[in-house]
Design a protein around this ligand. Sequence first.
Ligand code: HEM
Length: 132
Amino acid sequence: MPRVAQLYFRTAIIFLIVGIAMGLTMAISHDHSAIGAHAHANLLGWATMAIFGIYHALNPAKAERRIALIQYVVYTAGVTLMVPALYLMLTGNPAMEPVVAIASLITAAGVLMFAMIVFSSETVAARPAAAQ
Ligand code: HEM
């Protein structure tokens, strides 16, 4: 499996563990104020990262490009900053809002970078074979 796919799966499973821990904490305490952080840990973290990992596993040539690793770093940095900042904001720390805003923009930049990877052409090496 390409390295970036492996990185995405490992990061995704950490976010699922964190997301489930937040879900269980909310369920046990009957305090659902962190619902947004829980949903984003699970969906931007677990689900989206796993999908990114699957894409790279299915497209190993694209996964070897430098942009794939840069995209992983940008997206992961955004979500890793966003989830705890959102958790703190929703549980009574409104001062975290600017951090959430910056982290959201970094995450969105990572998504746009992933879109560039998806819309980029296949490797040059694959083209002659396809043309035959
Ligand atoms: C053991 C695992 C989980 C537990 C205990 C749990 C618990 C909860 C709780 C207590 C809420 C708040 C419900 C409310 O206030 O209406 C919630 C909301 C939510 N959870 Fe989970 N959750 C779990 C796993 C997941 C996973 C794996 C995902 C996504 C992949 C997810 C996505 C969501 C979403 C999107 C919401 C918001 C729903 C809404 O606003 O209507 N959860 N969860």
